[in-house]
Write a protein that binds this ligand. Structure first.
Ligand code: IMP
Ligand code: MG
Length: 172
């Protein structure tokens, strides 16, 4: 696969939507002690922009999750090489990830965080594939077609996370 890509969502559209999400989250969670948990590596760019649009006191406690290896379809297993963040007991937790595909990553993390004593666990996802419409997210950026996308944190074999837009890889 080459590095050519078609733009699906422009950088400007992403940043406009991220601002809106920040406003909603700031209103909804105004009275809580908030822990924002970026799901690394894919959620890091989104989370970095999102936290700067949230006007509440918050902590950032990243978790690293890998379920994909180098392929474009989910392996169905989630590993957490950094373990689960400590310090979430009694707190409201906002899990921030790049995309809902099978939902396996967020469901697994949510269960573990509740076990750690989190008061509640909300999810904020930038993208949701059409095939995953039935999967809930408390905050959602965009619905996208069932295609493999890269950019704004999303990778293919570790590459393209730095693209400021969401793109679809094309063969040439
Ligand atoms: P899920 O656990 O199946 O929902 O998968 C979530 C993770 O799979 C995301 O955090 C991404 O890292 C990866 N993923 C799913 N779809 C895509 C895609 O289209 N492009 C890049 N990564 C993807
Ligand atoms: Mg990922």
């Amino acid at each position: 696969m080459s590095s050519h890509s078609e733009i699906l969502i422009s950088g400007d559209s992403i940043l406009r939507r991220v601002k809106e999400l920040g406003v909603s989250i700031s209103k909804d969670l105004a009275t809580s002690e908030l822990c924002v948990i970026p799901v690394m590596d894919g959620g890091m760019i989104f989370a970095a922009d999102l936290v700067r649009e949230i006007t509440l006191p918050l902590m950032i406690l990243p978790v690293k999750a890998s379920s994909y290896g180098n392929s474009t379809t989910s392996s169905g297993r989630v590993s957490l090489p950094w373990g689960i963040p400590k310090g979430v007991a009694g707190k409201d937790v906002l899990l921030v990830d790049d995309i809902l595909d099978t939902g396996g990553t967020l469901t697994h993390l949510k269960e573990l965080l509740i076990q750690e004593g989190a008061r509640r666990v909300l999810t904020c996802v930038l993208l949701r594939k059409e095939s995953s419409r039935h999967l809930p997210a408390d905050y959602l950026g965009f619905e996208i077609p069932n295609q493999f996308v890269v950019g704004y944190g999303l990778d293919y074999a570790g590459l393209y996370r730095n693209y400021p837009y969401i793109g679809i890889l094309t063969d040439n």
